[in-house]
Design a protein around this ligand. Structure first.
Ligand code: SF4
Length: 90
């Protein structure tokens, strides 16, 4: 308890974040639709972010990524066979 108080009181004042945070911006996912092969792999890995519509076009549920979205979307980036997905910071 007191450790936490010390941290918030002395070390995390102002704009300082916890090291792995970028300053301020929200990470966003982008897809190069010219490259996308509509195979749905990213939807399978990150269904809260990607889906294929009725015409098999890739769509987003959302592009601004929460902390919880980052890991599945990073997996989708690594697994996309056409390297169509990217994450832009802020
Ligand atoms: S994994 Fe890549 S190629 Fe497949 S649907 Fe997603 S963006 Fe398109």
């Amino acid at each position: 308890m007191s450790d936490l108080n010390q941290l918030s009181g002395h070390q995390l004042s102002g704009n300082q974040m916890s090291g792995n945070q970028m300053s301020g911006g929200v990470p966003k996912v982008q897809v190069d639709f010219d490259k996308c092969a509509s195979n749905g792999l990213c939807e399978a890995l990150a269904p809260k972010v990607f889906y294929l519509d009725d015409d098999d076009f890739l769509q987003f549920h959302k592009q601004e990524l929460d902390e919880a979205d980052l890991e599945p979307v990073r997996r989708a980036v690594a697994s996309c066979p056409t390297a169509a997905i990217s994450i832009v910071e802020g």
